[in-house]
Ligand binder design. Structure first.
Ligand code: FAD
Length: 286
């Protein structure tokens, strides 16, 4: 099923992001996570793609295939393009078709000095146009409530985001954020810019101090004072930080839901306990 059908039926989606385990030995263990996640009946599960070589993509596909055919949940496969040429993207398209994968999150990918960049796809919008012309996928794009770190300003960010949607992105999945007001303003800006596809907020429950430090350097999300207080108070107390981080994420999600957003996309970090507790907290609300 193409996940765009969900939104055509005005359904509010619940979805998860997971990543393929790095080692062969861990691929078996992913079943324990998938069993819990799929019992929560998500509308889709997206599978990340660590850029750098087609063998990486095989892992993403392997996991997506498992989700679709063993767990009967719709997968969304992430695909980056900056380090691939047309022939490589063509072979990814072939694999997606042969596996019956219908949903793709089309991304540029982060710049990485260790990975040479190619010229065929400089931006996600180039990949989106190409997938649109050369496949029959539901295409999602990435968006950033607080601007992508490389963006000059919000105006150019909106201009290029609109380009992605005009190229064929049927929904947008957001980078994680901790301040809902920033997300609400972002959605307003999208609507003003004529971007009328569903914009799904990405939420990551923060449950340990190392994760918080990684977040600060990686995605540049701002930390509202209420959240900073939690971190300062509990960063040396694992159990307390877990409880407080979960409660914070839940309160963020409930606030988003009462404001009629199009869905919730949960960054699970492959942790089924986290996903389970969040879903338990919103079972009668979503
Ligand atoms: P783009 O849409 O190309 O945007 C990147 C920057 O270029 C922005 O500043 C944009 O404003 C600007 N821009 C866009 N078009 C133009 C243009 N025509 N001219 C000039 N500037 C332009 N990375 C992975 O490697 N694997 C993953 O699985 C993965 N999953 C992700 C999932 C989500 C939901 C999100 C939000 C991000 C994910 N990423 C992943 C990270 C993503 O690859 C990076 O954030 C990357 O730096 C940008 O990707 P993009 O698709 O948003 O790029």
């Amino acid at each position: 099923m193409k996940i765009s059908e969900l939104y055509e039926k005005k359904k509010r989606s619940l979805s998860f992001e997971i990543f393929p385990p790095k080692k062969d030995s861990e691929l078996k263990n992913i079943d324990a996570t998938l069993e819990v996640l799929c019992e929560l009946k998500p509308d889709f599960i997206s599978v990340t793609f660590g850029a750098g070589g087609s063998s990486n993509y095989n892992r993403t596909i392997e996991l997506a295939r498992k989700i679709k055919y063993e767990y009967h949940v719709e997968p969304v496969v992430h695909l980056t393009c900056l380090s691939y040429d047309r022939a490589e993207i063509d072979s990814f398209i072939e694999v997606l078709n042969s596996e019956g994968i219908q949903n793709v999150l089309a991304l540029r990918g982060d710049r990485n000095p260790k990975l040479p960049e190619k010229d065929d796809f400089r931006h996600a919008s180039d990949l989106i146009s190409y997938l649109k012309q050369n496949g029959d996928f539901c295409i999602a794009g990435a968006c950033y409530a607080e601007c992508h770190p490389e963006s000059e300003n919000r105006v150019s960010e909106m201009k290029y985001l609109k380009r992605k949607v005009d190229a064929g992105a049927q929904l947008l999945l957001s980078q994680l954020f901790f301040d809902n007001e920033k997300f609400f303003h972002f959605v307003d800006d999208c609507r003003i810019a004529g971007i009328d596809v569903p914009v799904i907020p990405g939420i990551m429950p923060v449950i340990n101090a190392a994760q918080i430090r990684r977040m600060v350097t990686m995605c540049g999300a701002s930390f509202p004072e209420r959240f900073q207080k939690i971190i300062h108070k509990y960063e040396d107390n694992r159990e307390a930080l877990f409880d407080a981080g979960m409660s914070y994420a839940l309160s963020q999600i409930i606030d988003l839901l009462v404001n009629d957003i199009d869905g919730i996309h949960l960054y699970t970090m492959n942790n089924p306990v986290v996903a389970g507790k969040i879903c338990e907290g919103i079972r009668n609300i979503i």
